[in-house]
Design a protein around this ligand. Structure first.
Ligand SMILES: NC(=O)c1ccc[n+]([C@@H]2O[C@H](COP(=O)([O-])OP(=O)(O)OC[C@H]3O[C@@H](n4cnc5c(N)ncnc54)[C@H](OP(=O)(O)O)[C@@H]3O)[C@@H](O)[C@H]2O)c1
Length: 224
């Protein structure tokens, strides 16, 4: 079993990750070291998963760097200088994505292709999230708009009930309309994906990895 340091261990994402890790021993990952704010770590670990805050992510990265251990972070709003630091690294495997869902990544690829195929169609992007979400439009919607070539100001959104996250793109022509929707039905979507990416990352050589690297690996595996 690989001993995983979970940074921000009391948070919602970390708690889901810890639960799913215990439910899936076949992944060979064990939540062995649980770190919270300000805690010094002395126990050994094989890799770090971080879902905390920008400050927490940088502390966890320093730990991973010191021990040259694989590091995955999904923490959002990271400072540019820190992103640059992670991208420059070649000594140990580092993964970062503000959206770790493989399914959302594939959806972004579909929208990118659709925007190239339905040239001349009017594009629209609408997102729906639960009422507790602080930012609007969502970071995912901004990313999807970018890959579609849609100005971010044109994203529409609503906040209602406990909706986990829905992103809907429409391409409207003069005689037809294409609607593509990604609907997250379970918050574990991200935690589960983070675990699979970690199991893959641990086996990679030093360097910086993003969703497209993991997606390429999965697509190759699917062809086997
Ligand atoms: N990439 C993705 O797909 C994805 C998906 C979901 C969420 N996220 C991101 O992941 C992050 C965490 O989300 P969440 O929903 O789990 O938030 P959360 O429930 O607020 O959890 C954050 C945790 O980090 C802890 N923390 C704060 N400062 C720390 C530090 N310096 N060192 C270690 N731990 C620290 C907090 O502890 P205290 O409570 O004691 O302050 C809290 O338990 C956010 O940035 C969120 O946007 C990304």
């Amino acid at each position: 079993m690989k001993k995983i340091l979970i940074n921000g261990a009391n948070g919602k994402m970390s708690q889901a990750i810890i639960r799913l890790m215990k439910e899936q021993p076949e992944l060979d990952l064990e939540p062995a070291v649980l770190r919270s704010k300000g805690q010094t770590i002395t126990e050994p670990f094989d890799a770090v998963i971080d879902f905390s805050t920008p400050q927490g992510a940088q502390e966890a990265f320093a730990l991973a760097k010191h021990h040259k251990k694989p590091f995955l972070t999904g923490t959002t709003n990271l400072p540019d200088l820190f992103l640059f630091q992670m991208q420059e690294n070649t000594k140990f495997p580092v993964f970062y994505s503000p959206n770790v869902s493989l399914s959302v990544y594939f959806f972004s690829q579909l929208l990118n292709r659709a925007s190239q195929m339905y040239k001349g169609y009017e594009m629209a992007l609408h997102e729906i999230h639960h009422v507790h979400k602080k930012d609007a439009p969502s970071g995912t919607a901004k990313r999807l708009a970018d890959v579609m070539g849609l100005p971010q100001e044109q994203i529409t959104y609503e906040r209602t009930g406990e909706v986990v996250g829905t992103h809907q793109a429409a391409f409207t022509g003069e005689m037809d309309k294409i609607v593509l929707t990604h609907q997250a039905t379970n918050r574990d979507l991200f935690a589960q994906s983070a675990l699979h990416i970690t199991a893959w990352l641990i086996k990679q050589p030093g360097g910086f990895y993003a969703m497209k690297d993991y997606a390429n690996f999965i697509l190759k595996e699917n062809k086997k």
